[in-house]
Design a protein around this ligand. Sequence first.
Ligand code: NAD
Length: 298
Amino acid sequence: KLPKIAFIGLGNMGAPMAHNLLKAGFSVSVFDLVQTAMDNLQQAGATAANSAADVVQGADVVISMLPAGKHVESLYIGENGLINQLKAGTLVIDSSTIDASTSITVANKLAEKNIYFIDAPVSGGVSGAMAGTLTFIVGGDEQDYATALPILQAMGKNIFHAGDHGAGQVAKICNNMLLSVLMLGTSEALQMAIDNGLDPKVMSDIMLQSSGRNWTLELYNPCPDVMPNVPSSNDYQGGFMVDLMKKDLGLAMDAGLKSQSLTPMGALAQSLYNIHSQQGNGQLDFSSIFNLFSKQEK
Ligand code: NAD
């Protein structure tokens, strides 16, 4: 029998992920603070709930996809936290990108009540969430990873077990630190090509077949109208918000400080994303950093 799933946090990522669970035949109840976020899912067969406490009634598995660590902490172990609602043996899968120490704290607290927890942040963006091709990076016990696997496979393609509690989060922010650097470098190179009279489409093709090739060029070109169906061709709407990248770079810098790692590229990326956010672009997709380099915008 398939486990009953409660899904909390139906934003850019959570909504398509929950849709894919429904498609795979799971029974899914959903909750988001924003009522309208539940409408589409309800039409697709999910049960909408009025509160987090409501949505987990009868659930075997709880999945959360929330903005940041404070939301996850308060949802599970805060005042009126779900720790008091969940039955022993429930598996909690938190797919939000948050700091590893919050993941570990929540995991340990829930374990006191025999509630299992894995951190399972994702990579692949909104398009990956829609297509069901996300990469999941799991931190937690082997047995809980095994229980979660068929559920994660309904939403993703590549599922990794990175290590103990928190390891998924560490792996995720290392990846996102690199992504921010790639996005900045790609934007800078494309803008310089444009400034010198080159067509950004041609330049993108050249780099795609040359040594500058990277994920942003392959799937997420930051220059408007080079690629269809990416945020840059849609006024930088949807996708992965600048303020979320800013958050991830903050997490990366905190982690680097703790492990005494050298992160000069990450530090520069953090500072450029902070400037971009402060200029009023926090809600745009993170590929809008392209405009930081454009002469017209200055
Ligand atoms: P989002 O802001 O679009 O969605 C978050 C949702 O959570 C919102 O609908 C909000 O109303 C809801 N919410 C907040 N607190 C809640 C609570 N207490 N109870 C119920 N609902 C609550 O963010 P997103 O883009 O979906 O990202 C979610 C997480 O996934 C973030 O940690 C982000 O860093 C990570 N992530 C995002 C992407 C991406 O491309 N967007 C990619 C990988 C990882």
